[in-house]
Design a binder for this molecule. Structure first.
Ligand SMILES: [Zn+2]
Length: 316
């Protein structure tokens, strides 16, 4: 799915929500209109609003007229309560109180729209499952060695401070190195879940999947081309899982990885990379420029997790 298709799907979802809220309100109105006293007061209200409209076109509305309208509305609410309909039920009760399910506030995407987009992206992303882990489930005691526990706990604390201030006071890159099973992906998912809950767009991709997208981009010559890179550049947060497991495709992997990392850095977007490689191996497998992107202290937070495979812990 490209960006346009995802957005279309989201707008359809919002439109369904809006229609549903409006239908409920309309049904309640029809129910109220079965009562003659409601019809009567509604008619009075309409007439007065019409009068007020005329008056304001010709100067001003006297305060007593305005007060009369307030009285009528109060009486209308009383009637509604008497016939067992709460006055609020005549107004559509929108899913999102901020944007009334329109998806935008002053041309800026509302968090509800971001969430819908995110759900679709999550389904589209390499993970293919919904992340349910978060820091509430975090337990450093799954690790057996003391140093491993301490590293996990330190990372948790660090990531929680990022969560509180994101997108400010956070690095552009987080690089987590360590052997399989030491908790890199788990702790990354905890951070990602927190960011998703705060309404940010987070996308997951395996290094293998990312490499395939680079290849698709490289070999595509129609107007779909840009979509392959946009999917990686657009999200507020991109998680690249297991960097180093992808095959090195000549003229593809290294140059496009460099473009991707530079572009995300330029846009101040967080990229999280998990890898089995240590710094030296990153330098050897890729190049100086990619190494300095991922490993420079100014833009990047780097941590190495050392320990035994958590999944082998019998106490877990
Ligand atoms: Zn909204």
């Amino acid at each position: 799915m490209n960006r346009q298709q995802i957005l279309q799907l989201c707008m359809q979802e919002l439109s369904n929500r809006r229609t549903q809220a409006q239908t409920v309100a309309y049904k309640n109105l029809m129910k109220a209109r079965k009562h003659p006293e409601f019809l009567e007061i509604e008619k009075k209200e309409r007439q007065l609003i019409f009068e007020i409209g005329k008056m304001s076109a010709f100067g001003g509305v006297p305060i007593e007229i305005q007060m009369k309208l307030d009285d009528i509305r109060e009486e209308k609410n009383e009637i509604l309560k008497k016939i067992g309909i709460h006055p609020d039920k005549l107004k559509p009760s929108y899913h999102c109180p901020h944007c009334s399910d329109i998806g935008y506030i002053d041309k800026v995407q509302c968090t509800c729209l971001k969430k819908i987009i995110n759900n679709i992206l999550m389904k589209e992303s390499g993970v293919g499952k919904e992340i349910l882990t978060d820091f509430k489930d975090f337990d450093e005691n799954v690790a057996t060695e003391q140093s491993h526990k301490e590293t996990l706990l330190k990372l948790k604390k660090k990531f929680e401070t990022y969560l509180d201030s994101f997108p400010y006071n956070t690095p552009k890159f987080i690089l987590l190195s360590g052997k399989t099973g030491v908790g890199k992906t788990f702790i990354t998912e905890c951070l990602a879940k927190g960011l998703i809950d705060r309404g940010f767009l987070v996308s997951f991709v395996s290094a293998f999947g990312m490499n395939n997208m680079f290849l698709s981009y490289h070999t595509c010559f129609d107007d779909q081309k840009q979509n392959y890179m946009s999917a990686l550049i657009d999200p507020d947060v991109l998680v690249i899982d297991d960097l180093g497991t992808e095959p090195n495709l000549k003229n593809v992997t290294i140059p496009y990885l460099h473009v991707l990392l530079s572009e995300r850095s330029r846009l101040n977007k967080l990229t999280i990379v998990t890898t089995n490689l240590d710094a030296q191996e990153i330098l050897t497998k890729y190049n100086e420029r990619i190494f300095s992107r991922l490993c420079n202290k100014k833009e990047s937070f780097r941590a190495q997790i050392v320990g035994t495979d958590l999944r082998l812990n019998p106490n877990k």
